[in-house]
Design a binder for this molecule. Structure first.
Ligand SMILES: NC(=O)c1ccc[n+]([C@@H]2O[C@H](COP(=O)([O-])OP(=O)(O)OC[C@H]3O[C@@H](n4cnc5c(N)ncnc54)[C@H](OP(=O)(O)O)[C@@H]3O)[C@@H](O)[C@H]2O)c1
Length: 283
């Protein structure tokens, strides 16, 4: 099986590469070679590569606050890019990675399932939902995978870090850390997500929308506390604060816990986090 991966050199892409099944050949263009927002580059690349069995679209503009100002850049990567790719890889099945931020958070107390109606409340979420609609409108064979709060060995390329590395750095510097305790989500290890994506493709799950996160949920504050605990920081200066205390540019859903009716639960986020932290501390 031959697969083209756009955005394959980021945090998730790194684990997609590390977990690739034996029978799969990956073609992973650099952003410098193929900017997904550039139609000419996409068409030239598509002609060069020829027919493939799948396109994985992991490319993303991921800076949620900056997205409120850099509208063209956000839509270029999260929305127009997928349209370009679909146009020139016509009839090829697609994996498009989307986000819990397509939801507004009003379903507090119950997970969002695949058939819940998105209602994004920030530009990042709007651009991703628009990307989903393009996939649904133009492609018959697709997996739209909504995931959340990723952490992996390679920090997010767009953000330059991920939440786990940010907290670990602050702990190492003995900083006081204030973390919101009224925003809830499902942390997800990119290694587990990557394996699940391969499972979708290899086991030929029915095409459609899938919610894939580590199971369980927590507030960002709880998440930070577990990071400290697993990394062996006995005394840490992590304090819970209300999201009202932070003035972020983008609004965020206060509750974006994802649940699935279409895909089996994967292991809990605590177990995944523990294994991740052990792997980076003993590298
Ligand atoms: N991070 C999260 O918490 C989170 C949560 C939910 C959903 N997601 C989605 O999951 C996907 C993977 O996220 P991630 O954490 O792996 O992000 P990441 O590390 O920032 O990776 C994004 C990738 O997209 C590539 N890219 C950016 N602009 C591009 C362009 N114009 N043309 C071609 N490629 C471009 C980047 O290329 P370079 O390597 O050259 O920079 C990078 O490889 C994204 O679609 C994101 O929206 C992420």
């Amino acid at each position: 099986m031959k697969i083209v991966v756009f955005g394959g050199r980021g945090q998730l892409g790194n684990d997609v590469f590390l977990t690739v099944p034996k029978n799969v050949e990956l073609i992973v263009p650099l952003k410098e070679e193929v900017d997904v927002g550039n139609r000419d580059q996409v068409v030239r690349f598509a002609k060069k590569v020829g027919s493939v069995d799948f396109v994985f679209y992991l490319a993303g503009y991921v800076k949620v606050d900056l997205a409120e100002e850099e509208l063209y850049e956000v839509f270029k990567v999260n929305t127009f890019g997928i349209k370009n790719v679909i146009e020139f890889f016509y009839t090829t099945p697609v994996v498009y990675i989307s986000t819990d931020y397509v939801f507004d958070g009003s379903k507090e107390g119950e997970p969002y399932y695949e058939d819940d109606i998105p209602n994004p409340i920030n530009i990042y979420g709007i651009s991703k939902y628009a990307g989903e609609l393009i996939v649904k409108s133009y492609v018959n064979k697709y997996y739209i995978v909504r995931t959340a709060s990723l952490f992996g060995k390679l920090p997010s390329k767009g953000k330059g870090t991920n939440f786990v590395y940010t907290i670990l750095n602050k702990l190492e510097n003995n900083e006081t850390i204030k973390v919101v305790n009224d925003v809830f989500m499902s942390p997800t290890y990119t290694f587990d997500l990557a394996k699940s994506i391969w499972e979708l493709v290899e086991r030929q799950y029915p095409y459609g929308v899938y919610h894939i996160t580590n199971s369980g949920y927590c507030s960002w504050y709880e998440f930070a506390k577990y990071i400290a605990q697993y990394a062996g920081f006995v005394e840490s200066k992590i304090y819970p604060v209300s999201s009202m205390e932070f003035s972020a540019k983008a609004k965020r859903p206060k509750w974006s816990v994802l649940g699935s009716r279409n895909f089996p639960q994967i292991r809990g986020w605590q177990q995944a986090l523990k294994e991740f932290i052990e792997s980076i501390l003993h590298k």
